[in-house]
Design a binder for this molecule. Structure first.
Ligand code: NDP
Ligand code: 8X3
Length: 250
């Protein structure tokens, strides 16, 4: 029987790359997201490569939908809590409260809802691995990013606590905290403004979704006695939230 990996937010970026990479390692994939046609395309690609993929289309902010889709799953060996977003980039006095709700409800509450349904299955099975996608924003608060940074600080705290909670059940918890990764992230953050989104990566070679997927593939293949608690992955041109070297700029 193949191992099963559940990846939230697999319709683009890091999640999609991770689903493909883990399918290549022989995992059966359960891929989630809200965009049905993207899920169908992912499934076709995995199946075209000889893998197995189930797709579940729902919003992680909706607890009832999480329960409806995830409770029927059997054994889950690996959960990648990836679904998330940044919405807006403004000073706190100008922020959009709808954006704030979206970030907190998705990045924090959505991750908790999914974990609450899957972790007991791992406890019952006597083991498993949970990989949470945090961010450098989880330890480096930056101007204009109060709520996104708060949500990723929460992911960082939750990851540490859940690691302790699940230790005696043989469940490993790892957190990956990337810097700049070129995905749909900035397009979503800037509400579809392509020019502004592209500006994020001006003069920089950012990480790719495949780079993060590669790290996840490494982490999950380590011997059972080993765990990566926390890994910060950066583009070579970025040292931190405030330090990016952009080529061709003074
Ligand atoms: P993308 O926008 O490319 O992918 C985000 C994924 O999350 C999509 O599959 C999207 O699917 C899903 N998602 C968003 N909201 C919901 C929701 N309410 N319910 C279900 N799924 C949802 O961005 P990334 O791949 O970059 O982002 C993945 C994770 O990586 C996020 O947690 C992000 O915070 C984190 N991260 C990203 C970095 C970057 O620079 N790109 C750096 C550090 C961390 P759909 O829209 O179909 O629902
Ligand atoms: C995404 C990277 O720098 O926008 O988490 O926080 S950053």
């Amino acid at each position: 029987m193949n191992r099963l990996a559940l990846i939230t937010g697999a319709t683009s970026g890091i999640g999609r790359a991770t689903a493909l990479r883990l399918a290549g390692l022989g995992y059966d994939i359960v891929a989630t997201g809200r965009r049905e046609e993207r899920l169908a395309a992912l499934r076709a690609e995995i199946e075209g490569n000889g893998g197995r993929c189930t797709t579940l289309c729902f919003d992680v902010r909706d607890l009832a939908a999480c329960e409806k889709h995830l409770a029927p799953l059997g054994r889950v060996d690996l959960l990648v809590n990836n679904a998330g977003l940044a919405a807006g980039l403004e000073h706190i006095d100008c922020g959009d409260t709808g954006d704030w709700d979206a970030m907190i409800d998705t990045n924090v509450k959505g991750l908790l809802y999914v974990t609450r349904i899957i972790a007991p299955k791992m406890v019952a099975a006597g083991g498993g691995h949970i990989v949470n996608i945090g961010s450098i924003a989880g330890t480096e608060p930056y101007e204009n990013g109060a709520v996104y940074c708060a949500s990723k600080h929460a992911v960082h705290a939750i990851s540490q606590s859940m690691r302790a909670d699940l230790l005696s059940s043989g469940i490993r918890v790892s957190e990956i905290r990337p810097g700049m990764v070129e995905t749909e992230f900035s397009l979503v953050r800037f509400h579809g403004d392509r020019e502004r989104a592209d500006g994020t990566y001006r003069g920089v070679e950012p990480l790719t979704g495949d780079d993060i997927a590669e790290a996840i593939a490494w982490i999950v293949q380590l011997p059972a006695r080993m765990n990566v608690n926390d890994i910060v992955l950066m583009p070579a041109q970025q040292a931190g939230a405030y330090y990016t070297f952009r080529k061709n700029e003074k």
